[in-house]
Design a protein around this ligand. Structure first.
Ligand code: 5GP
Length: 188
């Protein structure tokens, strides 16, 4: 099926989601990000750490766009309840399977929102003795930032809207949409 036709079909079958960033735009951006990462990390065998579950789609496309030797790992984290959130403390639900000491780490995240989760995670990885810790994020919801987080490689800045698709969910739905969209009515 032609790409544009596939895009129309996926929009058509998801009338509750309005397209914000198309599959073609994502593909093109990932091509650029992969080339940048391959150039910057050549000869350094970076370890790309995907934050489950949202970043797994992004990570799997990104590594195929970065033509250098690299490793991948996954980490699953969960933030505490609303009252604890301002502390930025998160719980590690699934930790890495390897040590990061001396490795060049590139954290792969789907979206940076308040920045609380990421600032904790980046500091945590640095404290484990990584040679370097950088961040690649597909989306930056910059208007909601509470903690400064340096995004070293960024896909798109987006407005303060709840987005789904391309790995991002609402109650575990919509992760498999090939585009990023805005949920029209999250209560439906
Ligand atoms: P932060 O600590 O930056 O506020 O939280 C980032 C996490 O919140 C993301 O990894 C993601 O799981 C979730 N999140 C933030 N904004 C959105 C959004 O618009 N849609 C979805 N599906 N998840 C979001």
């Amino acid at each position: 099926m032609a790409t544009s036709q596939a895009k129309i079909m996926s929009e058509f079958t998801n009338p509750d989601v309005e397209v914000l960033i198309s599959a073609e735009q994502i593909k093109e951006k990932i091509r650029e990000l992969g080339a940048d990462i391959a150039r910057d990390y050549a000869g350094r065998n970076p370890l790309l750490i995907g934050v489950l579950k949202g970043a797994c789609t992004f990570l799997s496309d990104l590594i195929r766009a970065a033509d250098i030797p690299l490793g991948i790992e996954f980490i699953a984290i969960s933030s505490y309840g609303a009252e604890m959130r301002t502390s930025g403390e998160v719980r590690i639900l699934k930790d890495l399977d390897v040590a990061v000491a001396g490795r060049h780490i590139l954290v792969v995240e789907d979206i940076v929102d308040t920045g609380l989760t990421l600032s904790y995670l980046l500091a945590n990885l640095e404290s484990r003795g990584a040679a370097s810790v950088k961040l690649v994020a597909l989306l930056d919801k910059y208007e909601r930032r509470e903690k400064d987080v340096a995004i070293d490689y960024l896909g798109f800045k987006i407005p303060d809207k709840f987005v789904v698709g391309y790995g991002l969910d609402f109650a575990e739905r919509y992760r498999n949409l090939p585009f990023i969209g805005v949920l029209k009515d999250p209560t439906q």
